[in-house]
Every structure is written in C-alpha cells, then in structure tokens.
Design a protein around this ligand. Structure first.
Ligand SMILES: C[S@@+](CC[C@H](N)C(=O)[O-])C[C@H]1O[C@@H](n2cnc3c(N)ncnc32)[C@H](O)[C@@H]1O
Length: 223
C-alpha cells in the first residue's frame, strides 16, 4: 500500500540561514558522488544499531544520502531528513519519490538548531549520526541540548559523534570541529534511560583512527 507523505514541515527547513559550505561539505560532496556512482547505499554500523530504535515521527539530522531515513520509512516511520549537502538531499528526494516513502528531505544548515525548536515540532525519535562533531564546541554542545528538547516524552535521542583520540581529521574545517569527551553525550540527557551506549574505534587512512561514542537514550514519559 502506498504510504502518505508526512505533512510538509516547510517552516523548519525554510529558516535555516542557508547552506553550510566548507571543507567538510566538500569532503562529503566527493564521498557522496563516489557512493552514488558505485550504488553504495548500505547502512553503516551506527545506522544499523539505530534502526530498531526508530518509530513514529523521526527527525534525521545530517541524514547524508538518507540510507537510514529510507530504512526507517520502510519500517513505518514518517521521516523528516535534513542535511547541508544539496547532492545528498536531491538523491534522497529522488529515492523517496521512486519508492513512495513518507520522507520530507530538505537542505538545511544545522549549525544552529533553534529554528527547529522555534518551529514547535517534536519527534518520537531524533537521530544525529555523525553530525555534531562538524560544529565548533559551543554549537555542538548547544545542538546536543536542542536535540534533547526536540524529543517527545517517551521518545528517543540517537546520537553518534567522534570523540577525543580521533586522529583522522581530513574531513574537518580546521577551526570548526569538536571531538566530544568519551562520556560527554550522556550529560545532555539527565534522567533519561540509556538504551545503548558504546565506545568504538575504527582504523582510518595513514595509520590514523576514528573513535566514536554512540548513545541511544529514552526520555521519561509516555509516547
Ligand atoms: C559523517 S556524515 C553522516 C551521514 C549519515 N548520517 C550517515 O550516518 O551516513 C556527516 C553529514 O553531516 C552533514 N553536515 C555536516 N555539517 C553540516 C551542517 N553544518 N549542516 C547540515 N549538515 C551538515 C554532511 O553533509 C554529511 O551528510
């Protein structure tokens, strides 16, 4: 059966202050072009961990090519997916249209999330996988706090960030990134139930490493 597209949340994406163009964006433009050319749309390990925790109205911040958004929509979620990359959003819109999935995809600069709070929408799950470390420290921490506010009672925050000890830095704007402390994310969700907490390490080019923290936390209350 055809799924109805979610009601347009035009307010939110319209008020984003324009696209974020920097070294990180150029890094992902190249990566996304390679993935589209190769037909590589597999979920990454963090997205695979996140997927079973997503239900209802989902906000996917920094959605990239939208692999998680599409998988979530296929399991019954209604997804709003935002990213700064026009190429990634165009790809996701094409896929969602072709697959008739209930996804609203919009290009948005997510350096500041106040525009989402101001729009008044709240979600059953807010995912930000691999996004917050691309913001300078104060904005990264403010975004984590805003994500907590965007989650409805009984809903979930799904976060994944690079942490201290990461030595692969090719994708970062030199003056505009933040490596979280290994135990920093839970600070933004006091009193929430930690459903998943994981520290992981992956090898990267030139004998560097990427260290990640993944947190899935459930807000007290009923959905
Ligand atoms: C590491 S990728 C993660 C993509 C996807 N969540 C995944 O797990 O594959 C980081 C994403 O954040 C987006 N991004 C980085 N800075 C951003 C910003 N200021 N505003 C919006 N998106 C941004 C990039 O375009 C990219 O799609």
């Amino acid at each position: 059966m055809k799924k109805a597209a979610p009601k347009s949340r035009g307010k939110a994406p319209a008020a984003t202050g324009g696209p974020a163009r920097n070294r990180a964006m150029e890094f992902f433009d190249r990566q996304f072009a390679r993935q589209i050319a190769a037909g590589d749309f597999a979920l990454n390990p963090f997205e695979r961990t996140a997927l079973p925790f997503l239900s209802g109205e989902v906000l996917d911040l920094g959605c990239g090519l939208g692999n998680l958004a599409r998988a979530a929509a296929k399991q019954g979620c209604r997804v709003t997916a935002l990213d700064a990359s026009p190429q990634a959003i165009a790809h996701l819109e094409r896929c969602a249209r072709r697959e008739q999935l209930p996804i609203v995809a919009r290009q948005a600069n997510l350096q500041r999330l106040e525009f989402l709070l101001a729009a008044g929408e709240r979600y059953d799950a807010v995912a930000a996988i691999g996004l917050l470390m691309f913001l300078p420290r104060e904005l990264a921490r403010a975004a984590a706090a805003a994500i907590a506010e965007l989650v409805r009672p009984g809903g979930r925050a799904v976060l994944n960030v690079l942490i201290e000890g990461t030595t692969f830095l090719d994708m970062f704007q030199p003056d505009g990134f933040y490596l979280f402390g290994p135990r920093e994310l839970p600070e933004f969700f006091p009193g929430w139930k930690q459903e998943h907490f994981e520290l992981s390490i992956f090898p990267a080019p030139r004998e560097t490493v990427k260290r990640f923290c993944t947190l899935i936390a459930r807000r007290p209350g009923n959905v």
